[in-house]
Write a protein that binds this ligand. Sequence first.
Ligand SMILES: *Cc1c(COP(=O)(O)O)cnc(C)c1O
Length: 402
Amino acid sequence: MLRASQRLDNLAPYALAKVFAARDAKLAEGVDVIDLGVGNPDMRPAQHIIDALKAALDDVKKPNHRYPSFNGLPEFRQEIAAWYDRRFGVKLNPDTEVMPLVGSKEGIAKFFLAHLNPGDPILLTTPCYPAYVGISALVQADVIDVPLSRANEYRPDLEAIPAAAADRAHLITINFPGNPTGGTETPEFYDQLLAWARKHDTFVVSDIAYCDLPLDPTYQSHSFLQFDKNKERTVEYHSFSKSYSMQGWRVGFCVGNADAIGRLAKIKANMDFGIFTAIQRGAMAALSGPQDYCAEVAATYRRRRDVFLEGVRKLGFEVPTPRAGMYVWLPIPKGAANSIDFTADLLNRTGVVVSPGSGFGKSGEGYVRVALCDTEERLAVAIKRMADAGIRAEGVPAAGRA
Ligand SMILES: *Cc1c(COP(=O)(O)O)cnc(C)c1O
């Protein structure tokens, strides 16, 4: 008899799946839904990138339609290494320290598969990108929660992690600028993190998907490899999905420690065939071409952030101004039972979709994530509907409750 594996049974239902289902039901009813649930950029990629993909599709001289290699075109790996050098002054060996990915989500999952046995302790900083929660459950890791709090500007308090847990843990995850919190790193924190990781012999999995979406002109993002210069205990993920709005193309990469990249390569060689070659050529154009697109996208998210924050603050919500990324991490109103309940209530009353914080790991409860993936006008409509429905930080009216 065919049964689900233990690793699948270990998986809680994907939190966003419930939100999608409720949203789709509203859409089927004809409700004018404003979808701020998923971090799904609504902008079109830059034309020179689309042109590079088109040219690759039509190029009869190159074998662009054949099976790609699971570890990417050598020239794509070189382009990634060159970008890291320009962007962060970090030198990478394109053949041993760079791995192109079918989106970074794919590579994060396979990295966990390559390195963790059931019961292995890991330190997960949460709230975090939900894929980390899912893959940790699938590999049956023993997840030790490291809470990110507003009081600590959404950076982990390393001293608060029990030394025994730090010593046992195989890895710690970090993500700056952070999804969903918008938290940012500082050089001082990264110095401290490296010293702590050496002391406890812990590997660092860093995710910089939002490094090119600064919203505050004084914020300068870093690679953790600027600190772990010898790549002794770091891999770092980056993605074309957010700053280049190429999320449907499925392309990202992982760089850093050669042994770890080699293990990731072994998993990939057995599980996938890499990225469609034409897409790799488009991604190369993204890295090597003009970068002003990223700045325009960041400016768009900044204007949206400001519209949304001004609106929710008028409704009494106290929210710090995120310095990077494309999200607002909003506390749920007083009296709301939990984030899932509030998300459902908000959808019923206003047609506005957000993501419940409980899907972002252990420390996500009590909040919802608002993705700034619609226009300023639509965000203003969302605020107006919330105001009209009487939704305020102090509470939600009982009348009309779903
Ligand atoms: C969106 C996101 C990703 C996913 O990137 P893909 O390359 O589209 O798979 C990875 N990490 C974080 C933190 C994200 O928010």
